[in-house]
Write a protein that binds this ligand. Structure first.
Ligand SMILES: C[S@@+](CC[C@H](N)C(=O)[O-])C[C@H]1O[C@@H](n2cnc3c(N)ncnc32)[C@H](O)[C@@H]1O
Length: 239
């Protein structure tokens, strides 16, 4: 029998192969969501604007599960930030390097990717944590916390309700795993207290899928996603 670590690695590899196959079906070069997707980019601009309003020019921003770099990394570059993106899918990263040449992109599994402490002024992860096995997500959130500079910001789209499974996604098998929103909020508060900071401005907002009700194909049966924005670590010494 395979141990847990092997099963989780296999789940992440399924996601990698899935996005290699569906990259273009999922997101156009212009950064539009595909028809039938349960995810929407409608709110991206306002999220990035809100984030940008708290950051100084040239701030370092990490995008975890950056996909093809559009629209999020591109919006961050246009706002004047130094942007790094990480994605497990080589096809997504190849597109991102072409579509957003001003940013730096790494093709890597974020679970194995080294995150230096106190490196980023903001970390975002839009619709990506939900593809990472829950056990790995929880550990990753702790590393995200440490990788933020004091006062750093975190913006993520997470689950609304608990769900896990493999489904057909634009013709490829895709793995999903997410907790409910309260669990994410409590994990973030735990991390904040462990690193002697306070999670200020912790805000969870519902994001309703744009088109799933009229979807012409099978889409994940979600009623809503949730965006969490968080200003981290007020403690003067940081972590
Ligand atoms: C739903 S897409 C979102 C892409 C982008 N954030 C956006 O909003 O357009 C999820 C992305 O997360 C990436 N991803 C999933 N698991 C990952 C992992 N373990 N490490 C790095 N990237 C991952 C996928 O390859 C995919 O590009």
């Amino acid at each position: 029998m395979r141990d847990d670590a092997d099963s989780r690695a296999a789940q992440r590899d399924l996601v990698r192969r899935g996005y290699d196959a569906v990259s273009r079906a999922y997101r156009t070069d212009e950064g539009e969501s595909a028809v039938g997707s349960s995810e929407t980019t409608a709110a991206y601009e306002s999220w990035i604007q809100e984030l940008a309003s708290h950051l100084a020019p040239g701030a370092r921003v990490l995008d975890i599960g950056c996909g093809a770099g559009v629209p999020a990394a591109r919006l961050l570059v246009e706002a004047g930030f130094e942007v790094t993106g990480v994605d497990i899918s080589q096809v997504q990263i190849t597109r991102a390097r072409t579509l957003v040449p001003q940013a730096t992109f790494h093709c890597a599994d974020i679970v194995d990717f080294g995150l230096e402490p106190r490196t980023f002024d903001a970390i975002i992860s839009l619709y990506a944590l939900i593809h990472i096995p829950l056990h790995d997500q929880r550990e990753l959130l702790s590393r995200i916390w440490q990788a933020l500079r004091p006062g750093g910001l975190f913006l993520a789209v997470v689950g609304h309700g608990r769900w896990t499974g493999v489904e057909d996604y634009f013709g490829a098998p895709m793995f999903w795993d997410h907790a409910d929103t309260d669990t994410y909020v409590s994990w973030l508060r735990d991390h904040a207290s462990r690193w002697s900071g306070t999670a200020t401005s912790l805000k969870a907002t519902s994001v309703t899928p744009s088109s799933s009700r009229n979807a012409p194909r099978s889409v994940p049966p979600r009623d809503a996603w949730v965006a969490i924005t968080l200003a981290a670590l007020n403690a003067p010494g940081g972590h």
